[in-house]
Design a protein around this ligand. Structure first.
Ligand code: F6P
Length: 348
């Protein structure tokens, strides 16, 4: 028998990424067609829920958005759990709008807040994992990662020819706050000569010795991919302090610029820096992200229609399956050392 539930809320929180609109479209289309369910879209992530600003979504208003980057709902990095009276406000807004629960499309910050709301306060939530960083547990891949990886790989490819022409060391800084998924995958895909990731604290002296060895043995250029969250090994180097967001996380960016002069000084090679920044997050999702986002959107609204709250949808093998939201957000998913070891094979 179909569950008695006709209205849910939907929001996109945290950093945007390619594929969010594809999830919105899938939730609305599947919700309406298969479950007779209407969807209210909250503006700007948790901020919109706290303000109670929702727009009714339907097949017409979500038409033509599958291939569009960003999110038609807008997003923010607001933490609702620690906001004064935030939890009560969320409950009130759900009641006021007659919502059975929320489908929350988010990354680590947004879904950690969702977990606390769900586990500690009993708010009915289904999570959908998105982040170009790919660092959420409970899913092999997150929405947006594949597209960001394409952008980063294209950048490595382009840097090769100019590095080669000038005998330079090129540093490419990519996103990846706590995990070096983009750096490692783009490094392998683009044939990087060194990769610095948060999972493997780096010793710059060692990196420089490696670059000098390369150049002494016939190579005239090197490409180093640096994750923005890469950290120096204890006692080897001090990084500047970063500002923090409302979740208390540092606003990263700039590590490659910081280490470049040190590499120049220690190797004598000319070094240039490219910081990819938000180019990785903007623009159209690739085919993989469109399919993943559509599948996850359908799975999420099916769970909501069945009233199976407290879950997240995750990609396991070729399937999208329900996983426990608390379990999925307990620990960040970092790059396994075995994968980094594959990249190392090609550093020589
Ligand atoms: O969380 C995803 C992410 O893209 C991180 O890789 C990066 O550190 C951060 O967002 C940048 O955030 P903002 O867009 O707020 O500068």
């Amino acid at each position: 028998m179909r569950a008695v539930m006709r209205r849910i809320g939907l929001l996109t929180g945290g950093g945007d990424c390619p594929g969010l609109n594809a999830v919105i479209r899938a939730v609305v289309r599947r919700g309406g067609d298969a479950h007779n369910l209407s969807v209210d879209g909250f503006r700007n992530g948790w901020a919109g829920v706290l303000e109670g600003t929702a727009v009714p979504l339907n097949a017409e208003s979500t038409k033509g958005i599958l291939h569009r980057g960003g999110t038609i709902l807008g997003t923010s990095r607001v933490n609702p759990v620690d906001a004064d009276g935030g939890v009560e406000r969320i409950r009130d807004v759900l009641d006021l709008h007659g919502l059975a629960g929320l489908v929350v499309i988010g990354g680590e910050g947004t879904l950690s807040a969702a977990r606390r709301l769900s586990v500690e306060h009993g708010v009915p939530i289904i999570g959908v994992p998105k982040t170009i960083d790919n660092d959420l547990g409970g899913t092999q891949f997150t929405i947006g990662f594949s597209t960001a990886l394409d952008v980063a790989t294209a950048a490595v490819d382009r840097l090769h020819s100019t590095a080669e022409s000038h005998n330079r060391v090129m540093l490419l800084e990519v996103m990846g706050r706590h995990a070096g998924w983009i750096a490692t995958y783009a490094g392998i895909a683009g044939g990087a000569d060194a990769i610095l990731v948060p999972e493997r604290p780096f010793d710059l002296d060692r990196v420089c010795r490696h670059l000098k060895h390369r150049h002494a043995t016939g190579r005239s250029f090197s490409i180093v991919v640096v994750a923005e969250g890469a950290v120096p090994a204890a006692g080897t180097m001090v990084l500047p302090d970063y500002e923090r967001d409302t979740f208390g996380r540092p606003r990263l960016g700039g590590i490659a610029n910081h280490i470049a002069p040190h590499i120049e000084e220690r190797t004598g090679f000319a070094v240039r820096v490219t910081t990819l920044g938000h180019v990785q997050r903007g623009g159209s999702p690739n085919a993989f992200d469109r399919v993943l986002a559509s599948s996850m959107g359908v799975a999420a609204v099916d769970l909501a229609a069945e009233g199976r709250w407290g879950l997240m949808v995750g990609m396991h093998g070729n399937d999208v399956v329900p996983v426990d939201l608390a379990e999925a957000t307990r620990e960040l998913k970092t790059v396994p050392l075995s994968m980094y070891a594959v990249a190392e094979v090609f550093f020589g």
